[in-house]
Design a protein around this ligand. Structure first.
Ligand SMILES: [Zn+2]
Length: 408
């Protein structure tokens, strides 16, 4: 165990002063430095920078590591334009997936204060890189299977990828499951996959209604997806409807990614089931989506967590950058309290939905912690600290995962 005594601690939305932490693999005690030194005279106090803020390590609950390369091949500006560029460039995007790029991306995530990622694994090509990284990871083995003739073989492939990830399981590597999206996964498959997630008690994630095109398609088999499917397969039939999928998900609290075009009735269902909406404002902007209505979610008591999405629809996996963009995008919200909320949306909220014993500076939680250098900034009110931390991009200089310092 060690003692750390930063100037400030961010704890559940509050700033503590004159407190220190006794921590090993877990946080053991929070008290004044004098008391901790008196009660634990043999424990070493770690050296830190003088004006430090300690907080829980960030949890980026939604990234795609496999698409970290050839990022300029994606067309930004509209969802269908982007999707068409994925299809058009599929050979280069999937056949030359670069382990080096994936490793680099994870390093940058660590460097910017992320201690856990929720990684969507579409092909299973990121598993070794994830396993080797010191970062904590929840690995969502994803299934896509829209056409009836694909259903059985794609499900078998998914099961074998899931099995492989189960072999890699350790305290930093947790297997999980993802359904790509209601438009791209047949309801027969979704049903089986949800049942599997319930049976194994794995976190479950799915992309939902990030575009108007999905809304039109799932509501009435119309809009831009109609042309897309006619061109791809010669037939254009939707393979599930939103209410069918939400009904399946009543059994399983899930991460619903984006959800920009969810309607009021759907939000009610989501609230009832206790799902968490994952908000990625940079990705939404680049893919021509609207701004997620956070007020509507909060009205319905739906939790939301901030995540970056992958480098195929973002320029960075830096969650502090995402917070800054969110701060400017949601321009009607009170600055100071929203900055605090953003820090919570990247720590406590994702920890809860991912089932992790981290994300909080609290006795008994895993010691996934970061130290931020506040340099020479002085504060007349501690309520300003969250805002300035977000504005100045974090400035993380040390990370601990399970109490062990990791190189950043
Ligand atoms: Zn995504």
């Amino acid at each position: 165990v060690k003692i750390v005594a930063p100037k400030y601690i961010f704890k559940s939305g509050e700033i503590l002063q004159n407190k220190a932490l006794l921590f090993g693999e877990k946080i053991e005690k929070i008290d004044s430095l004098e008391s901790l030194k008196r009660d634990f005279p043999d424990v070493e106090e770690v050296e830190i920078r003088p004006n430090s803020l300690l907080m829980a390590g960030l949890i980026n609950s939604h990234i795609h590591l496999e698409y970290s390369h050839h990022t300029t091949e994606y067309d930004y500006g509209s969802f269908m334009g982007w999707l068409n560029s994925v299809v058009r460039n599929f050979p280069t995007l999937t056949q030359s997936i670069s382990e080096e790029k994936m490793r680099e991306s994870l390093k940058l995530a660590l460097k910017s204060g992320t201690t856990t990622v929720g990684a969507i694994s579409s092909l299973g090509l990121d598993l070794d890189v994830l396993k080797d990284s010191p970062i904590r990871k929840v690995v969502f083995n994803e299934i896509i299977a829209s056409q009836p003739h694909q259903v059985d073989s794609f499900y078998q492939l998914f099961l074998s990828r899931l099995e492989r990830s189960e072999e890699l399981k350790d305290r930093k590597f947790s297997p999980a499951i993802a359904i790509h999206s209601p438009y791209s996964v047949h309801k027969i498959v979704s049903k089986k996959v949800v049942e599997l997630a319930v049976e194994k008690n794995y976190p479950l994630s799915l992309h939902i209604l990030e575009s108007k095109a999905e809304r039109d398609w799932l509501d009435s088999e119309s809009g831009e997806f109609r042309d897309f499917y006619l061109k791809q397969y010669g037939v254009a039939r939707r393979v599930s409807q939103i209410d069918e999928v939400l009904e399946l998900l009543q059994k399983k609290r899930s991460l619903l990614v984006h959800g920009v075009y969810l309607n009021c009735d759907e939000l009610k269902e989501i609230s009832k089931a206790g799902h968490t909406v994952i908000h990625s404002p940079i990705s939404n902007r680049l893919l021509g989506g609207d701004r997620l209505d956070l007020e509507k979610l909060e009205e319905k008591k739906i939790d939301w967590a901030l995540a970056t999405d992958g480098l195929s629809s973002n320029y960075s996996l830096n969650l502090f950058e995402e917070m800054k963009i969110a701060l400017f995008l949601h321009n009607r919200r009170d600055l100071e309290s929203f900055a605090t909320q953003l820090l919570l949306s990247a720590t406590e909220t994702p920890a809860d939905i991912l089932g992790l014993n981290s994300g909080r500076v609290e006795v008994g939680k895993d010691s996934d912690l970061i130290l931020i250098d506040l340099e020479d900034w002085e504060f007349d009110r501690v309520e300003k600290i969250a805002l300035h931390t977000v504005l100045k991009g974090g400035n993380v200089y040390r990370s601990y995962i399970f109490g062990e310092e990791v190189e950043i």
